[in-house]
Design a protein around this ligand. Sequence first.
Ligand SMILES: [Zn+2]
Length: 65
Amino acid sequence: MLPVARTSKSRKGMRRAHHALVPVGYQSCPQCGQERLPHRMCSNCGYVNASLGLVINKKAKKKSA
Ligand SMILES: [Zn+2]
């Protein structure tokens, strides 16, 4: 790369201003209270969504699988 096309310290900083990590948006499970990711099954109790009527029993799932 030619010196003319060299990215300045300022330009480099401006580009990297958007590289910051965002915190993971955990939500507490309404059934057991453990932290879980939104739109994901609870890793503790298997709760998914009350309006869908889906509560997967982890122990029963393991036996069938
Ligand atoms: Zn749960």
